[in-house]
Write a protein that binds this ligand. Structure first.
Ligand SMILES: N[C@@H](CCC(=O)N[C@@H](CS)C(=O)NCC(=O)O)C(=O)O
Length: 227
């Protein structure tokens, strides 16, 4: 076992939650083994490691499981507390970052699922909700971080940059596979942030291959019954 202990990531291709963990480990320079799960036939290791949610990602550190991607990022930042840091030092700023990461996850990311699961007028409403949530996100970020981008720490991606970027950089693939949900004019500020995140080498070099992602999303979408 090296000085980092044994680090294993259970994940699946195309999952932004899993990609977050991968990027955080790479940012910190932590060697890890990646194990691809099959969610149609979950491994005993996954079921034992995450008995409550039975979901990926799971990080195993010396055999001990940590579940939930945002909590895994915090664990990584606390355990490997060397630079580059994911979260800022100041407790108030940390809490603001956590607030907006949670908002993005619980509201914005879930709005894309609502879009995916609906059709017709319900889908139009889901699209409008998504645009409005991004507007709230834009306003909040501008208000809470008026002088410094919360998506980067100097040259490096930050906690929020990783959380938002790993998901939003795939909207183009989502739209090719599922349908038009974004409005780049109405959320121009948000998409200027996404473009910056996409241009960052750690992000661009680690995004899932576009065509493979589109194919996977299409396959998943046509398996999912629409309400
Ligand atoms: N809140 C969780 C969400 C993880 C999640 O939704 N994982 C999906 C794959 S992207 C999963 O494992 N789904 C399996 C299932 O629902 O049975 C996190 O942030 O880690």
């Amino acid at each position: 076992m090296g000085e980092n202990g044994e680090v294993v990531l259970l994940g699946i291709f195309g999952s932004s939650c899993c990609k977050r963990v991968e990027l955080a480990l790479k940012l910190k320079g932590i060697p890890f083994a990646y194990v691809e799960e099959d969610l149609t036939n979950k491994s005993d290791l996954l079921l034992l490691s995450n008995p409550v949610h039975q979901k990926v990602p799971v990080l195993l550190h010396d055999g001990r499981p940590i579940c939930e991607s945002l909590l895994i990022l915090e664990y990584i930042d606390e355990h490997w507390s060397n630079a580059p840091k994911l979260l800022p030092e100041d407790p108030y700023t940390r809490s603001q970052i956590r607030f907006w990461a949670d908002f993005y996850d619980q509201k914005v990311r879930l709005a894309t699922y609502n879009f995916l699961m609906t059709k017709g007028k319900d889908q139009d409403k889901a699209r409008e909700d998504f645009v409005e949530l991004l507007r709230v996100f834009e306003e909040g970020i501008q208000r809470d971080f008026p002088t410094k981008s919360p998506f980067f720490h100097g040259e490096n991606l930050s906690f929020l940059g990783i959380v938002v970027g790993t998901n939003a950089c795939n909207y183009q693939a989502f739209e090719e596979a599922i349908g038009k949900i974004t409005d780049r004019e109405r959320n121009a500020l948000f998409f200027s942030w996404v473009d910056e995140l996409k241009a960052h080498p750690l992000m661009s070099e680690n995004l899932p291959p576009h065509d493979q992602l589109v194919a996977q999303m299409k396959a998943q979408f046509f398996r999912t019954p629409k309400v």
